[in-house]
Design a protein around this ligand. Structure first.
Ligand code: UD1
Length: 363
């Protein structure tokens, strides 16, 4: 009998991690995969466009859990997942990343005796104020198989007493998607839509609660954006949370007037990757973008005090600047002078992580 592997997605950063895995599972008769979307993200630009850009099929099940407090959202994911498992009872539940859906599915599966596999396991920022850190820790400890993107993740897990026999060092599955889509993304020349010249602009993303929910930090962020845009044109696709917070702080109109700063709607995977690939530098508080810029060799200034992806700093192109305008400005000096550090691509970020994951299910 083919192994039923249920692959779950919920929020924007999940799609590019599941796509390469699902593609391989669907090609192999040993597996009967299913594809389940919790509906944590639901806007076209936060969800459906990614299915399209990544060649993902329509989900076999869509829960429509939507937005809410952490408790309400996780509870809705759990309740819908329980219902799904009662009907279909897969052999494995595969969860990716660190969003509320990841934890909700893992917790439900573990309680129902369904084996959990966590892709992107072992990452730690050490900052439990971030909901994602709690999601990572809990999901890892509920999982039977832990797929590590880099060796440091294994060390984190060992420190927490997790047995090595549950871990598989497979590399970064997001890079599989990136390599696959990059030629198409480059062809689109997305920068031209904003009248920009390649390698002469900056891409910005910001949506972390600590940066946008806190008024003081939001102010610091917008000041930094104005400071950067005065030196280098910048594009900022606005995450819905960030748009809401800027509107509530009555700061959106002023930001729209900042010279050199282009505000856009959230972009799809292809467009965003093309924009990042053409950029001179990225400013971000996203986890995924820290990795994508390292894979592409593009300087990345991370507007956070810590990262769960330290390899992007030690090996890659990332620098943690926090919301410190002087640190941002010093890095920007180096980028513009061509003296910013040149990173390397971490081991096993080679586009073959999904192959290694699939192999692990039959070993
Ligand atoms: C979630 C993840 C975060 C990830 C981010 C990527 C958690 C705890 N957080 O944060 O790790 O980096 O996704 O985007 O799981 N909204 C829309 N349309 C949508 C989705 C959300 O308008 O399709 C709005 C809603 O008002 C919602 C808010 O954005 O309340 C935040 O959405 P939510 O899923 O709660 O968290 P994110 O900030 O997106």
């Amino acid at each position: 009998m083919a192994l039923h592997i249920a692959c779950f997605v919920g929020a924007r950063p999940n799609f590019m991690k599941v796509a390469p895995l699902l593609r391989l599972l669907r090609q192999d008769r040993q597996f009967a995969p299913s594809f389940v979307h919790t509906g944590q993200h639901y806007d076209f630009q936060m969800s459906e466009v990614f299915l399209h850009d990544l060649g993902l099929p329509a989900p076999d099940a869509l829960f429509e859990v939507g937005s809410g407090t952490h408790a309400a959202q996780t509870a809705r994911v759990m309740s819908a997942t329980e219902h799904y498992f009662n009907r279909f009872r897969p052999d494995w539940a595969v969860v990716v990343g660190d969003v509320n859906s990841t934890l909700g599915v893992a917790l439900t599966a573990a309680r129902m005796g369904i084996a959990v596999a966590h892709v992107e396991a072992g990452l730690r920022s050490g900052d439990r104020a971030m909901p994602e850190e709690i999601n990572r820790i809990a999901t890892d400890h509920l999982s039977r198989l832990l797929f590590l993107p880099s060796a440091d993740a294994g060390e984190n897990l060992e420190r927490e007493g997790v047995d090595r026999s549950r871990m598989r060092l497979v590399g970064n599955v997001m890079v599989d998607s990136l390599f696959l889509v990059l030629p198409r993304a480059r062809k689109a020349e997305v920068w031209a839509r904003y009248q920009l010249a390649p390698k002469h602009y900056c891409v910005v993303t910001a949506h972390r609660p600590e940066n946008v929910d806190n008024r003081l930090h939001l102010r610091r962020l917008t000041d930094i954006l104005a400071q950067v845009a005065a030196r280098l044109p910048a594009v900022l696709p606005l995450h819905p949370r960030t748009r809401q917070r800027l509107e509530q702080a009555r700061a959106l109109a002023a930001l729209q007037e900042v010279p050199g700063l282009h505000l856009t709607e959230p972009l799809g995977y292809l467009d965003f990757l093309g924009l990042v690939d053409g950029a001179a530098v990225a400013l971000t508080d996203s986890g995924g973008l820290q990795e994508e810029t390292t894979a592409l060799g593009i300087p990345c200034l991370t507007l956070r005090e810590n990262t769960e992806r330290p390899i992007t700093v030690t090996v890659g192109t990332n620098t943690l600047t926090g919301l410190d305008p002087l640190a941002v400005s010093a890095c920007l000096d180096q980028v513009l002078a061509g003296t910013y550090k040149v990173g390397a691509i971490p081991p096993l970020w080679d586009g073959k992580a999904a192959e290694r994951i699939v192999r692990a299910f039959t070993e």
